[in-house]
Write a protein that binds this ligand. Structure first.
Ligand code: G6P
Length: 617
């Protein structure tokens, strides 16, 4: 989704260079155009176009600002209203070319506001919803309001979601930022420079101190200082607590890897080790309400939804209650008439900002106030945390690759920790038995580390072999269906291959018709309770000439003997490790998608049309 960056300073620093580097650090959010506005001598200077930042920079020299310029706004746009063109790129200006606005979000009532403004003689240049904002501000400025008052009046008219950064040619030391439902963080280098951005990595090289802007708050940024206001009470400044960011920019940079996606796959062992240390008290707090809930739902989007499918298997084993997994965008439609009191919704989101998830949660809370929301996210202070009764924060660290990798495994691990806490609380399994599950879980990072060390070349070879075929698919049973689905999603996201993950049993009812001599099928085959039946499915596909590639544990024999190629996960053969196979088997499929993207000359970090944080419906 769109990325916002703003800087205002009193230092002699190259703000053009900083603005350019900062929006490059927001590229991971997904974008199709970009733009920059600088301010100098009561004028605004805009450069913008559709395309990649580096390409645009070659001819527009985005970082070259008028000498002495101390304020800039920069934006990456992910098109919603109007195609990605120069005219539709942000910033957008008013009729006087004095007010510049950059925006992340969607204004729902923009058509009626546009008509009103057109009737007052305003001239619009773009097809965007955003452009109404500078014109509305212009209109309120005509009513003798100052810039803050005009902005407050304008945004009170706007329905929908917005993160906004605004500047005015005649207010040399001022950026005004405000938000509703779209993230905005303020960074402060006290007394020198202030920043605003959609995400922390944008300004992390310059300061570690930040404020998280909440819904319906407005911030006035001057060089090295900031004042906060509630939109509904905008005369009185309010206090907010400064936060110190405890990771540094190395964590958000490639560190020698060709791509973030590869780096983040290789970071999975350390991300898991950190997540293993989530405070036992908070895990317990999260687990206790699940024991007495009448209905439990788990909901999420994309990769997080697949983590939900895997995690619910692990929780159900110990909780002994049915957990219904529902894609978040379908949640309200499916439960509109049947959501009952004493229900719990477990919500998963790496970003904590996905609007398709935030909306049903807000709806559920309003509809049945007694409902509890338990959420798992990777981002402290993200929107989802505001609507949640309990929050667990995965410790994956910043994930920049659009395709989620390390956050997926840490989400499942977090659900597994909750599951084992439930086992302890229920006291049904012996403590010794539970301890064995804990030990198996603790060995998961080593298993992945070992696997990644030895298998990259094998996966590369399999990818080059698979590329000879137009299609293939992943098959699995039980909990591994989530792994298969996630493997398919990764290939769609980064390699533009429409490859499906499917139930091996169900594949008889359709996909098997695709199989011809040499048609590849990848079976996910941990030796769990579904193994013998999966073996039968492998034989069905082999009998029809399928080329069998299987993911098995190192000591596997039966499926190995039927396979043309095996990918071997160094995991002991026991039920304890099997329970966590959705964590230990996925890195193989993530690597497979990564190398497939390279094979197709695609940049796995910046898939076309995708955004890492999706804040529009
Ligand atoms: C987008 C991203 C996916 C992600 C999904 C859910 O589609 O491209 O990688 O899985 O959103 O995101 P969330 O932040 O809620 O986990």
């Amino acid at each position: 989704m769109c990325g916002i960056f703003g800087i205002v300073t009193n230092q002699n620093i190259k703000i053009g260079k900083i603005a350019l580097e900062s929006i490059k650090r927001l590229e991971y959010r997904g974008y199709d155009s970009c733009g920059i506005v600088s301010q100098h001598n009561n004028s605004l200077f805009v450069k913008k176009d559709a395309g990649k930042i580096d390409e645009i920079n070659e001819y527009l020299k985005l970082d070259e600002f008028p000498n002495g310029s101390k304020l800039a706004l920069a934006h990456t746009r992910w098109a919603t209203h109007g195609p990605p063109t120069k005219i539709n790129s942000h910033p957008h200006l008013d009729c006087t070319d004095k007010i510049a606005v950059i925006h992340n979000g969607i204004l729902e009532n923009f058509l009626e506001l546009k008509e009103e403004l057109l009737s007052k003689g305003h001239i619009f240049k773009s097809e965007t919803d955003t452009e109404i904002i500078p014109h509305l501000i212009e209109e309120y400025l005509k009513q003798n309001k100052n810039l803050k008052e005009a902005i407050v009046s304008a945004i009170k008219r706007c329905e929908g979601a917005y993160g906004l950064a605004i500047c005015h040619a005649d207010y040399p030391n001022t950026i005004i930022a405000c938000r509703k439902e779209s993230p905005l963080i303020i960074g402060i280098d006290k007394g020198k420079t202030s920043y605003c951005a959609s995400d922390i990595p944008a300004f992390l090289p310059y300061t570690k101190y930040c404020y998280i802007l909440e819904d319906d708050e407005l911030a006035i940024l001057n060089a090295g200082s900031v004042e906060f206001f509630d939109i509904d009470n905008s005369d009185l400044p309010k206090q907010k607590k400064v936060q110190e960011i405890n990771w540094n920019i190395d964590a958000a940079e490639k560190g020698g890897y060709q791509h973030f996606m590869l780096k983040e796959i290789y970071e999975e062992p350390s991300a898991l080790r950190r997540t293993m240390k989530i405070s036992p008290d908070s895990i317990k707090d999260f687990a206790i309400p699940l024991l007495t809930a009448d209905h439990i739902y788990i909901t999420a989007a994309g990769t997080s939804f697949h983590a939900s499918l895997a995690g619910k298997f692990i929780i159900t084993k110990f909780l002994g209650k049915y957990i219904e997994a529902i894609e978040c965008s379908e949640f309200k439609t499916q439960l509109n008439n049947s959501l009952e009191e004493n229900s719990i919704i477990i919500a998963l989101s790496q970003s904590g900002e996905t609007i398709d998830l935030i909306e049903p949660i807000r709806w559920a809370k309003k509809y049945k106030p007694s409902i509890k929301i338990l959420s798992i996210t990777n981002i402290v202070g993200s929107s989802i945390t505001r609507y949640s009764d309990k929050v667990l924060v995965t410790q994956a660290g910043p994930e920049i690759g659009v395709a989620a990798t390390k956050t997926f495994v840490t989400q499942i691990l977090t659900l597994a920790l909750v599951a084992l806490e439930i086992a302890k609380l229920k006291n049904k399994d012996s403590q010794e038995e539970i301890q064995k599950y804990y030990e198996a879980l603790q060995s998961v990072p080593d298993i992945i580390e070992n696997f990644l060390e030895k298998n990259a070349d094998l996966i590369k070879y399999i990818v080059s072999d698979l590329e000879k075929n137009l299609n293939f698919f992943f098959l699995a049973r039980g909990a591994s269906i989530a792994t298969a689905k996630e493997g398919g999603l990764k290939l769609k996201e980064v390699a533009c291959r429409f490859i499906e993950g499917y139930s091996a049993a169900h594949a008889k009812h359709g996909p098997i018709s695709l199989v011809r001599d040499g048609y590849p099928i990848i079976f996910i085959a941990p030796p769990d309770e579904t193994y013998e039946r999966l073996l039968g499915n492998v034989m069905e596909f082999k009998a029809r000439g399928g080329k069998i590639i299987s993911l098995v544990i190192e000591s596997d024999e039966k499926i190995t003997n039927l396979s043309d190629i095996t990918i071997r996960i160094p995991q002991p053969r026991d039920k304890y490790h099997n329970l966590f196979s959705s964590i230990t088997f996925i890195p193989a499929l993530q690597l497979l998608a990564y190398f497939a993207a390279l094979e197709h000359n695609l940049d796995p970090d910046k898939p076309l049309n995708l955004a890492k944080t999706v804040t529009v419906h």
